[in-house]
Design a protein around this ligand. Structure first.
Ligand SMILES: Cc1cc2nc3c(=O)[nH]c(=O)nc-3n(C[C@H](O)[C@H](O)[C@H](O)COP(=O)(O)OP(=O)(O)OC[C@H]3O[C@@H](n4cnc5c(N)ncnc54)[C@H](O)[C@@H]3O)c2cc1C
Length: 416
């Protein structure tokens, strides 16, 4: 069985490795639009549910070597007051770690493994897929080069479209989808070199819906002074969406004023933003869940299948889980078309729930619950406002739908 993978991002590369590991294809080729690969983006969170799958293809050690492993997750109000904190990743009893990682580092680990295991010649850059067509026997993918020139078409048994948020293949099957759904929040991402904050292995989420700041280290001990590379994401409610472009540089004046006074005794968050190496803007956009990803010998995966708000650590993770699921089905199902159908049956319900939960009850629902009761003011005693049990329940609900609660993924033997 020959498989052509469109898009060499997180989902496409993981799929190639998982299919190779399962021995589910005779030929695996990946076609990436970019003519050259550069380490792009900022931080990305991979929960234990995704690391479990990457571990199964033998990548855990390589990823752990370049990532940070948070040990606690803490929520604060916009005044920097602690609302809720719980152990995270292995510290919460997970068998697999949670990894906070630079997207460029994650991509490089995947790409190195693909080149080594599947062969450099099978990762083809400068190949932008422009269309797919199929007959009873096979599917043909058509490509354009970096200057728009038509390239040799490629025939294979199946095509998996991992071509991201602006998927050309999805648009071919859904030509009338129109613009993305924007519900009023833009985000800015950046990285700052600084001394560790809190435990040095914390994820901090400050503020609620109107304005939130999420902060976590993604590279440890980057210099002799013990600095870390700290990733931050600033989310602000705004009526107009910024462009849907992961590489769009942002302007400090468009979001910094909201955070100018966010200086707390445990973190100068305003300075964190000011001192960043760069910042990139992106809108909180998604699309309504689809009921069909598979069309004969072609299917969709990752952001192409289920664009979701980039929050709660699931954009990359769900693409990885899609890839692992599809690889297992391609191995167990002798008929690849049946495997593609089984894949969509397995993955559409789970990913649709996350898309919808991110809209209605995002992770900052915890602080929202507090700020609604305090009217956004400082509190004296948190226990007069909300109980620890209520806070834990809100966060547990999010984790269960997101699929990374410790009861779902697997505990270490010592804590079970
Ligand atoms: C440049 C970039 C920077 C990002 N930065 C961040 C970040 O900082 N934080 C974060 O949480 N998420 C980031 N993301 C998104 C994140 O990687 C995805 O949401 C998630 O990993 C899902 O993976 P995916 O494989 O579906 O999509 P992606 O990882 O986006 O991969 C899609 C790939 O397909 C390629 N492609 C697109 N169209 C075609 C085509 N027609 N033919 C062939 N190839 C095509 C793209 O170049 C890309 O390599 C970024 C994505 C990109 C592309």
């Amino acid at each position: 069985m020959d498989i052509a993978i469109i898009g060499g991002g997180i989902g496409g590369l993981t799929l190639a490795l998982a299919v190779h590991h399962a021995g589910a294809a005779d030929r695996i080729e990946i076609f990436e639009a970019a003519p050259e690969i550069h380490p792009l983006g900022a931080g990305i969170n991979l929960g234990p549910h995704a690391v479990k799958e990457l571990s199964a293809v033998g990548l855990e050690d390589a990823l752990v070597a370049v990532a940070c492993q948070p040990q606690d997750y803490a929520f604060f109000t916009q005044h920097g007051q602690l609302v809720y904190r719980e152990p995270w990743g292995r510290a919460a009893g997970h068998q697999w770690p949670h990894l906070s990682i630079h997207r460029g580092d994650l991509h490089q680990v995947l790409l190195d493994a693909v080149r080594k295991r599947i062969g450099k010649q099978n990762f083809r850059t400068g190949h932008r897929c422009v269309a797919v067509e199929q007959d009873g026997e096979q599917v043909t993918a058509h490509f354009a080069g970096p200057h728009g020139d038509a390239l040799e078409p490629v025939r294979s048994d199946i095509v998996v479209a991992c071509d991201g948020i602006h998927s050309v293949v999805r648009a071919q099957f859904y030509p009338n989808e129109g613009p993305f759904c924007y519900r009023g929040t833009n985000l800015w991402r950046g990285v700052t070199r600084r001394q560790p904050f809190l435990t040095g292995r914390s994820i901090a989420r400050i503020g609620a819906r109107r304005a939130t700041l999420i902060i976590y280290p993604i590279r440890d001990k980057i210099d002799a002074a013990g600095n870390q590379l700290v990733n931050w994401t600033a989310e602000i409610e705004q009526p107009v969406a910024v462009p849907v472009d992961w590489n769009k540089p942002g302007r400090l004046e468009d979001f910094y004023p909201t955070y100018r006074d966010w200086t707390f005794d445990w973190l100068d968050a305003a300075a964190l933003i000011r001192n960043a190496d760069f910042n990139l803007s992106y809108p909180m956009v998604d699309r309504d869940p689809l009921t069909r990803w598979t069309f004969g010998r072609v299917t969709l995966l990752g952001d192409a299948a289920h664009p979701m708000y980039p929050q709660g650590g699931n954009g990359g993770a769900q693409a990885i889980i899609d890839a692992a699921t599809l690889a297992r089905l391609l191995k167990s199902e002798p008929d690849p078309v049946a495997a593609l159908n089984a894949y969509q049956a397995a993955r559409i319900p789970a990913t649709s729930r996350i898309v919808l939960q991110n809209r209605s009850a995002p992770p900052n629902a915890i602080v929202d619950a507090v700020e609604q009761r305090t009217g956004g003011k400082r509190f004296e005693r948190l226990e007069d406002i909300i109980s620890e049990g209520e806070l834990r329940a809100i966060f547990e609900r999010y984790q269960k739908i997101a699929g990374y609660h410790v009861d779902q993924v697997g505990r270490t033997r010592s804590t079970s």
